[in-house]
Design a protein around this ligand. Sequence first.
Ligand code: GDP
Ligand code: MN
Length: 337
Amino acid sequence: VPANPDIPPLPKWTVSGVGGVANATRANATFVMLARNSDVHGAVQSIRSIEDRFNREYGYPYVFLNEEPWTDEFKKRISVLTNAPVEFGIIPHDWWFQPDWIDEERATEGRKKMEEQGIIYAGSVSYRNMCRFNSGFFFKHELLTKYRWYWRIEPDVMFHCTLNFDPFVYMEEQKKTYAFTIALYEWSATIPSLWDTVKNFMKEFPQYVAPGNAMGFLSDNDGQDFNMCHFWSNFEIADMDFWRGEVYSAFFDFLDKTGNFYYERWGDAPVHSMAAAIFLPKEKIHFFNEIGYEHPPNMHCPKEDDVWRKGMCGCDQGNTHDYGPYSCQAQWDRIFR
Ligand code: GDP
Ligand code: MN
């Protein structure tokens, strides 16, 4: 990757106890995983996988977040897996739990209505807490404020290819803001009023809409309707300064005050995706083809033989999500044609 002459060179960090790239150029970055103590098995698998395929050589730190105190067992099982710094944080109460101003009767009604439609997590309040926290708060956590870049990881995910480069440094040098590996369709019943709310926001704050944005990924008719395409946010590499900035803060507050993270079941995936696709020029969003990644039931595997071989990928190229029936990769590709 050629260095971008417009930005100063990155600092060089030395991390003791890690492999070949100590002294290499590094980004101010961390992994972040939200998990429950009961997720320990899946969390161990995920960290084993990312260490094996990337971080053993790089030593980027980890931040684990939970609304409950971490058990000694969880901390022990995770810390043993890496030489990199690991921190375990607690989420402040008001960033997680349903706010008092939510009308609980209406929220209960909304959950019931959604359950009748057989929607996944329809009746779950904790899932809604999680989606709202990931949408509006994680990047404000005191353990994350010292970092600019994060890579979100969940329990039970797999990284299938060895990375011969540093994705954080790539993001910084190429002036990217948000990166994904899987694009797919959202369940429309979880977000009945989200698009209208977003359109109202754009009307009220037209100055925030980026020229040359990725609206063509979200909509097939110039923004009139949402086509349900979004980036699957269980994988994200992104610049937290974007989430922390004026535009996204205004956007999240505008969405949050509708209460529809609870009355409906707005996901952080469509919320992040819409923000990235509307408030950024499309070139600032990056598809990491080289990163073979699986969050069951979906997997991205590089389909080009040279990329797959170079990464010594353990995934089946024939099963990649990219151009399957549920993929939005074609909607992504078309905006660059
Ligand atoms: P899915 O990927 O949409 O099926 O949802 P997950 O169950 O994987 O949850 C998304 C992320 O939030 C994962 O990292 C979970 O570990 C985490 N998560 C979900 N619910 C909770 C919760 O109630 N408490 C905590 N601390 N983490 C949660
Ligand atoms: Mn998950």
